[in-house]
Design a protein around this ligand. Structure first.
Ligand code: SF4
Length: 430
């Protein structure tokens, strides 16, 4: 069942599995610990798969002093190294631009550390907190917002007392009802270690929901095994945010991992990041959201790439995000249209951005002028006031109401008329 789902979703496109890893027995390939141990982490290892010119190598070495590289054999097998613009490569293989434009952007544009009452925990919104419990990922995404915690060569698991301090803060803060456990990637932990953390969070009586942020279903789907799912099920309600950016990541293995999580009762929401040269066009995003819906993964957010140091070459203008969301809305089910959001610099929180569908609205007039996905302009009215309704009732009952049903009269008139859009509102529209 899982396998056939996967096969029908996306024909396996593998450039590397047969070419590079045909000698690896399935038993090892399907073992997540093997995948994690055999990540490509150095330029020497990378050179086995793609030629790195000397000039580029020097710059890439400088990049790796600032932010690690780590690519699982599985994720690497999705790369077509003959295509210099391959979208999987662009997300995972360091580029000289990360060093060349290093002055642009910030270490921590979302001010996560400023908003940390205890190390590792960010409290930005009233009812929820973010716990950064790991600085290890299966694949180090070149666009990561938390590059700053993945600088050193050492992938440190957090000490138990660090987690205890975070949980202690949550226990002392009764407004917190939703806890996001993220990193790094918490699914790179052993099941036992992850369970130690989740059980502590779940023991706090006012925590209603636990959300896990993980890219493992995309970059190392072998990790999602029965043992993990059985453990997660014990701590419901548990939600999981995944991070698919390109339709080619929706492989049979990823479908299988998502199916397993869903069968364990874990709702899956996807958070894509809009990336230049990866998914910055309507066709790619449409194919991605259609794939996700077939996988029963809800396209939740499309994030504007944060202005993190070393990501300038991957960022797009805001106009691109607006164009993509405008190209999805109406052309695919509303369920498949993610909210396009900009995480406001300085810790301002997520701000939704969308094409202008509301051209004009006056509460006083009770009138809105809308633009639909085709660009057609349509007028809409608020409900009649209680006074107007009362006059209408009197009139219907034959009471002298001098049918000054002026308000409804006006509306009948305006429904027949072309919508009037104030010039100021209309001028911004195409
Ligand atoms: S998996 Fe998430 S935390 Fe890890 S590098 Fe990618 S974006 Fe950053």
């Amino acid at each position: 069942m899982e396998q056939s789902d996967g096969e029908s979703l996306h024909p396996p496109q593998r450039w590397g599995k047969q070419r590079w890893f045909s000698h690896i027995p399935d038993e090892e390939w399907n073992d997540w610990r093997w995948q994690l141990r055999h990540r490509v982490t150095t330029l020497e290892e990378l050179s086995r798969f793609v030629r790195v010119a000397d000039k580029e190598r020097r710059l890439m070495e400088a990049v790796l002093r600032d932010f690690r590289m780590g690519i699982t054999p599985y994720y690497l097998s999705l790369i077509d190294f003959s295509d210099p613009k391959d979208p999987i490569m662009r997300q995972s293989v360091p580029r000289p631009e990360e060093y060349l434009y290093r002055e642009v952007g910030e270490e921590d544009p979302l001010a996560e550390e400023e908003l940390s009452p205890v190390p590792g925990l960010t409290h930005r919104y009233p009812d929820r907190v973010l716990m950064v419990v790991s600085n290890t990922c299966a694949v180090y995404c070149r666009h990561c917002t938390r590059k700053r915690i993945m600088v050193s060569k050492c992938e440190d698991p957090p000490a138990d007392h660090d987690v205890d301090r975070m949980v202690d803060y949550i226990a002392r803060t009764p407004t917190v009802r939703d806890v996001i456990v993220s990193g790094g990637d918490p699914l790179t932990f052993s099941t036992e270690k992850l369970e130690r953390i989740l059980s502590k969070v779940r023991a706090v009586p006012h925590v209603e929901v636990i959300r896990i942020g993980s890219r493992v279903p995309v970059t190392m789907p072998q990790r999602v095994d029965d043992e993990l799912c059985a453990m997660l099920e014990k701590y419901h309600p548990v939600w999981l945010n995944v991070h698919f950016n390109h339709p080619r990541e929706c492989t049979p293995e990823a479908v299988k991992a998502c199916s397993r999580l869903l069968r364990a009762g874990i709702p899956l929401n996807n958070q894509s990041v809009l990336l230049a040269g990866v998914n910055d066009n309507v066709e790619t995003m449409r194919e991605l959201v259609h794939n996700l819906m077939r996988m029963r993964v809800r396209p939740y957010y499309l994030f504007q790439c944060d202005p993190v140091r070393g990501t300038e070459h991957l960022r797009t203008p805001v106009a691109k995000g607006i164009e993509i969301v405008g190209g999805l809305r109406g052309y695919t089910s509303g369920l498949g249209v993610p909210s396009y959001v900009i995480d406001a610099p300085g810790g301002g929180g997520k701000v939704p951005v969308s094409p202008d569908y509301l051209l004009y609205y006056s509460e006083k007039e009770g009138r809105a002028v809308l633009r639909n996905f085709h660009g057609k302009v349509i007028e809409y009215h608020d409900p009649l006031s209680a006074e107007a309704l009362s006059r209408m009732t009197m009139s219907s009952l034959g009471k002298p109401a001098k049918s000054t049903c002026e308000e409804s009269g006006k509306r009948r008139w305006s429904r027949r008329s072309r919508p009037r859009v104030p010039a100021s509102a209309a001028s911004g529209q195409s």
